[in-house]
Design a protein around this ligand. Structure first.
Ligand SMILES: C[S@@+](CC[C@H](N)C(=O)[O-])C[C@H]1O[C@@H](n2cnc3c(N)ncnc32)[C@H](O)[C@@H]1O
Length: 480
């Protein structure tokens, strides 16, 4: 085993989803900060564990043939694009391999069929994101006598540095829509001119915490939501005017401005406070996936890459094997997007979703598309499905659940609760289509399902989050 401080040389043969270079030196696995697959690096050992080590790259001795010029000026600073210096083909190969490795290593499958990864089209490899969640900072702040809070620095709006809460001020981003960057710039200017404070995590004070910008690519509508530590933003009419102008100049239309108050400490995974108040325009923006129209509220989940969403949903339709009358259970349904995209080929669709606003959106989305064979209920899938299978609740919904032919699972990164997998097993649908943004939890859940009378058929990765380490996968399981 190596010692802390030792210098070693090895080739980076893999990249983790958090962008760590991985390789072997003298048979020992080493994780380093950064690196490109194929680089031969000199690294200094920084931490020694029982079976592996951590290190930091001191020098890239032989650059990989997959190394490219960084895709933006913030590469290495901003924690977003772990593949900012890796060519696109190599990224795709790493992602495909991650899915295969997870299914074999964690899922316990032998030679699983992993279809070729669906790639982003050449003209949409950049600027594809329809949602920017940007933390705001003024480099900290101090409280003067009389309670006046003063900024220590100019406003920074951007993305967190890798594994930190330090905000990297990004005036440009290779992945975000121009509307998002224009909205950020208008906010930066407004904060500077009006001396508006930003949230200081250390002292738990300051006003502006996050801004979330959503762009509907099909309609050019834009929604801006601020998360603040207070009741409102002083001189907010001026801010709205600046946003409107900047977004218009970028070629989009500001349609919705909202504020959410969040006073408590940062809770991982929950950006918004309890309430989101619409302060200008309408409370939703409208977008299309294929021919289906969707209205989306600030808190509702909506897939971030519109081109790849359509590709993903096409795979779901294909895997679901719809012939025209199948009943679908769309679990973790968000604004109802997958089910409604399949509605023309479905018998009845029952969706379950934990976020109340998303359920309201889903039911309204069925109505605005003239879809009458879909209903959406609010609750945790792992609690609602067992109740429905026990015959509790509305007769139409109980029948829809009990007679489901296809179950769609699309949970957050943490994957499904085991209670839900037990309920799905009891229900014994013909097919399960599992959509996942984390190959590790997907593989874990597939292992549980294959121990419960389902067999894994195939999976297909989709490059929904190009240049980042994340991967979206659709997997098909069928009843044994
Ligand atoms: C990855 S998103 C998928 C949404 C939707 N299927 C789509 O394609 O847009 C996961 C969704 O699950 C919801 N969710 C999280 N935990 C849940 C639970 N225990 N039960 C039901 N829904 C849940 C989230 O609010 C989110 O809308």
């Amino acid at each position: 085993m190596f010692e802390k401080g030792q210098l070693i040389e090895f080739e980076i043969t893999d990249i983790s989803d958090r962008g760590q270079g991985i390789g072997k030196a003298d048979g020992i696995t080493v994780f380093v900060n950064g690196g490109v697959i194929g680089d031969v690096v000199h690294a200094e050992i920084t931490k020694v564990k029982k079976r592996f080590c951590f290190g930091k790259v001191v020098e890239v001795k032989e650059p990989s043939k997959h190394r490219i010029e960084p895709i933006c000026d913030y590469a290495g600073d901003c924690g977003g694009c772990v593949f900012a210096q890796t060519d696109y083909e190599a990224q795709l190969a790493v992602k495909e391999k991650h899915v295969y490795d997870s299914l074999t290593r964690i899922g316990g499958l032998t030679n699983p069929v992993v279809e070729k990864i669906e790639r982003m089209p050449e003209d949409f490899e950049f600027g594809y994101r329809n949602k920017a969640t940007m933390p705001i900072s003024t480099g900290g702040n101090i409280k003067r006598k009389g309670g006046i809070i003063e900024n220590l620095d100019s406003p920074k709006i951007g993305f967190y540095r890798s594994r930190s809460h330090e905000v990297v001020d990004c005036t440009d981003c290779a992945l975000q829509s121009p509307a998002a960057m224009a909205a950020a710039e208008a906010t930066r200017q407004f904060m500077e001119e009006d001396n508006i404070t930003a949230w200081d995590e250390k002292w738990q004070q300051g006003l502006m915490r996050h801004m979330i910008v959503r762009t509907a690519f099909a309609t050019d509508e834009v929604m801006v939501t601020y998360v603040i530590n207070g009741k409102g933003i002083p001189n907010v009419e001026k801010l709205i005017g600046m946003l409107d102008e900047a977004i218009y100049e970028a070629g989009y239309s500001l349609e919705s401005v909202n504020i959410s108050t969040k006073k408590d400490k940062t809770v991982a995974g929950e950006i918004y406070g309890q309430e989101i108040k619409n302060i200008a325009g309408k409370p939703v923006i409208t977008d299309y996936i294929g021919d289906v129209k969707f209205e989306v509220s600030p808190r509702s989940f909506y897939q971030v890459n519109p081109y790849m969403t359509e590709k993903l949903y096409d795979t779901v339709r294909e895997y679901a094997g719809l012939t025209g009358g199948e009943n679908i259970l769309d679990l973790y349904c968000g604004v109802g997007s997958i089910g409604l995209y399949c509605a023309d080929k479905a018998g009845f669709i029952l969706g379950v979703e934990a976020v109340k606003e998303a359920v309201i959106d889903a039911n309204r989305n069925a109505v605005i598309n003239g879809i009458v064979n879909a209903r959406y209920i609010c609750g945790k899938a792992e609690e609602e499905l067992p109740k429905l299978l026990a015959g509790e609740g509305d007769e139409q919904l109980v029948n829809a659940a009990k007679n489901a032919d296809v179950v769609i699972l699309d949970p957050p990164r943490a994957g499904c609760d085991e209670r839900l997998l037990d309920a799905v097993a009891e229900l014994a649908p013909e097919r399960i289509v599992y959509v996942s943004c984390d190959p590790a939890t997907l593989a874990r859940d597939i292992k549980l399902l294959t121990e419960k009378d389902f067999k894994f058929v195939k999976a297909k990765p989709h490059d929904m989050f190009g240049w980042t380490g994340h991967i979206e996968t659709a997997a098909l399981l069928s009843r044994v």
